[in-house]
Write a protein that binds this ligand. Sequence first.
Ligand code: SIN
Length: 326
Amino acid sequence: MADAKTPLRRVILGTGGTIAGRAARAGDNVGYVAGQVSAQDLIAAVPPLAGLPLEVEQVAQIDSKDMGLAVWQRLAERVAHHLAREDVAGVVITHGTDTLEETAFFLRAVLSPTKPVVLTCAMRPSTALVPDGPQNLLDAVTVAGDPQAHGVLAVCAGSVHAAEHVTKVHTYRVDAFDSGDAGPLGLVEEGRVRWLHLPDRPGTETPFDAQRLQRLQQATALPRVHWLTSHADADGVQVLALLAYGDAHPEAMPQGLVVAGTGNGTLHQALEAALQEAVSRGVVVRRSSRCARGRVIPGVAGALADTQGLSPAKARIALALELMGM
Ligand code: SIN
């Protein structure tokens, strides 16, 4: 529980998603439109939040499949603004499930926040017979006010996940997220967090990395990094087509490629040959795995560099930021 000195104010930033989705029929859990209900109305639908010192801002109202740099820049700026306030304990972000792990990883990579930044979501629209958003939102607000919470976290279906490990693993079930081999950081039970592992506390007391935020705000686009997959019967055509397109449109030449390999990051020989061609032309290539669990274990002579345990989705962001010198 927070002591008397802990600032209790939490700021909720709405970005859309199924949590803010609306369907024409209450029984419809798939035929809805995401990003329809305001964050203010989502809070009003959760009676235990009434009377808490909360602030709300609508940063975006989108289906998170359409997430991109412009919303990330605005979101990072608003998160940083509120984290810098002494009276704010933490920030909650309502977000679609589909790219939640990417936004979480991006904010962690750019801001390295000390205070908690908690992303939450829902798998059922707000109009569902039994929506999961209200409980997730309440749990996220609880986590954002917990004195042990630090950094970027995700809360869904009663579990707390770290940004670096959280992954959406199910298309439909409300318990759609997993942290792979790392497991969840904690569980939210009746308004309390039971930590299984404490989140890493950044080695600094500054609320966020202002220099990196400034670099991000100056960007007009992220470096072009594509994500490909190896599979039976794969060939190098996608890679060669990207290079050919880049020859015709230099502004679209890929700067990086992340490839989700089979098993321990192995690649079909035809795809690998095309990737080596890309490397010879200055494209940075990183090798991840398409397996849901585990990481690429280094040790194969001559192999392309691996993603140090990052999933392809997160490795793509990490490589883009690296190419920006961040
Ligand atoms: C979205 O990601 O915005 C739509 C899907 C969801 O939130 O579950």
